[in-house]
Write a protein that binds this ligand. Sequence first.
Ligand code: SF4
Length: 325
Amino acid sequence: MNDAPLLKVQNVSKHFQMKSSFVDKYLLRKQNTVKAVSNVSFEIKQGETLGLIGESGCGKSTLGRVILRLHEPTRGKVCFGDEEVTALKHNQLKKIKRKMQIIFQDPYASLNPRLPVEDIVSLPLKIHESMNRNEMDEKVVDMIQRVGLKKEHLKRYPHQFSGGQRQRIGIARALILQPEFVVCDEPVSALDVSIQAQIVQLMGKLKEELSLTFLFISHDISVVAYLSDRIAVMYLGEIVEIGEVKEILNNPIHPYTKILLDAIPQVEHVGVHKRIVLKGDIPSPLSPPSGCKFHTRCPTAKEKCCVEMPVLREFASSHWVACHM
Ligand code: SF4
C-alpha cells in the first residue's frame, strides 16, 4: 500500500432542500433542510480499503455519491490525486470519472433489462475509449471471466441471471475501464448470505489483481471488517469513530460502535450473552438532536452530551473518536 493519499475528503457537507408545501409558504414557515452529510473529512491511501458503516439513512451512500460528484456537495472539497474533483468542469470531470467508478447496491435495478450483458459491460468503453471492435471484445471477455462468468453469458439478458451473477455483471461494468478508485455502495446487502461471501471474496481478489482502492459502504460491520484496512463509523451524517480495523474491533470507544459490534451474531453468545440493544429509530436528519446527535439513544449519555457537540479527537495512534466520555 502506498502511503500517499489517493482521495482526500475535506469538510464535506450535503444538505437537501425540501420543497415547501403551499401551507408552509402561506404561513411563511422556513424551508426544511435535510442534513444528510455534515462536515466529514478523511483520506484514503492508494491501495487501501476504507469501510464505511452505519445504519440505513445515516448518509453513507450520499457521501459516496458526493465523492463521485453524482451529487454536488453543499460545502467542502474532494481531491483525487492532484485534482480537486469538486472544482472540475464537465469535460474535465468526464476524464476523471473513468478513474473513479461505483458498484451499486441493487443488482436488479442497476442493469438495463433491455440490453445483453456484452452491451452493458462494454458501454463505459464506448463512452470513454476509442478502440476497435476486436480490442473491445477482448477486454469484455477478459473482464467477464475475471468476475467468474463465462463468455457465453455475454449474449444473455439480466433477467436470465441470479442476484449474485447480476452483481458480478455490475462489478465487471464498474471495472472495465480499469479505474483506480471504486465506491462499493452496499454491493452485497441485496444478496443471500451464502452469495454475499462469494461476492466479498471476489472483490478482495479483484482489488489485489487490479491494484484498486475501495470505499466500501455497508451497514454490516462483519462484511466491512473482512475487506477493509480501516473502518469509519457514521451516525446521522457524521463520522463518530475511525481507525484501523483491528483497533476498532478490539478496542471500540464510541458507544454506537460498541453497539454495532455487539449486534454481530456469534455462536458462543447464543442463550448467554445479554446484548446492548439500540433504543428507537435513527432521528430524522430534518431536525437532528442538539449536542451529540447520538445522545437520544446513547446508554451512557450525560447532561453535557445534550448541549455540546463532541469533535473527533485522536484517542490512540490513528484512532479518532467523537465522544465526550
Ligand atoms: Fe454518548 Fe455523550 Fe458520547 Fe454522545 S458524547 S456518544 S451521548 S457519551
